[in-house]
Design a protein around this ligand. Sequence first.
Ligand SMILES: Nc1ncnc2c1ncn2[C@@H]1O[C@H](COP(=O)(O)OP(=O)(O)OP(=O)(O)O)[C@@H](O)[C@H]1O
Ligand SMILES: [Mg+2]
Length: 258
Amino acid sequence: MAIIKKFRIRSFKKLDTVIEFENVSLSFGNRLILDNLNFKINKGSIHGMLGPNGAGKSTIFNLITGLLKPDSGTIKIFGEDVTHYPVYIRTRKFSTSYCPQYNGFFTDLTLLDNLRAISEIVIENKNYRTEKINYLISKFEFDNIKDIKARFLSGGQKKRLIIAMALLSDPKILLLDEVYAALDVLTIKMMQEIIVNLQQEYGITTCLCDHQARDLLATCDIAMILSNGKIVAEETPSNLVKDINARNAYFGENFKFN
Ligand SMILES: Nc1ncnc2c1ncn2[C@@H]1O[C@H](COP(=O)(O)OP(=O)(O)OP(=O)(O)O)[C@@H](O)[C@H]1O
Ligand SMILES: [Mg+2]
């Protein structure tokens, strides 16, 4: 049993698919990055992606959000073929929030004005905007830094800001690219609790990747290893760390979990 997760999604009776990749391939120039990829992310699950640098994790997020189009194959969200939908339709229609690996905020706006700017786009009710911003400022302990321009925030503070921005819209699907990178130990714990609470209270589906493998596995129901353009293993965390293909491609011999 993981430190954070109290139960596994496998106990859910009905598993609806929220995100599905069918035979998705993508090359940059003559470099094949994703090679006929097939996977599903079930409704209300926390799905982890692990893989070496350059394996294609961020590329998968870009394909889900619509920032990239595959060379071939189909991407579905809530069962609908979105392969040719632009970013804004995927975001609005399916309530998707994306926390990118780098940047994702307005550098010359203060932390508070970043939250205000996004809230004006994603929250119609003005009172709820203020309520949500105040909640996030308190939850993420932004009170002392809310008037600092985003460019001057520390690495971890920037990361916390983009996570808070992603939560403004009350998303149904949360995509988190290296969410734990640059965060201190207590903030990682706080983020893990937020992700699991969002799942348990609101049934939010989360897909995240990170190189903090233990922190990622502690929050996931299922995780997959991406290597050389293919998914080499996809299992519950405790099974994944024992999987020979996962150990060969990513964890190595001595990796321990729990
Ligand atoms: N726009 C692009 N043009 C050319 N190559 C690209 C482009 N975007 C990504 N790549 C290449 O695709 C591969 C996958 O990149 P990606 O950013 O998805 O890796 P990653 O798994 O997220 O790695 P990391 O763990 O370092 O973040 C890399 O080899 C990268 O150089
Ligand atoms: Mg990446």
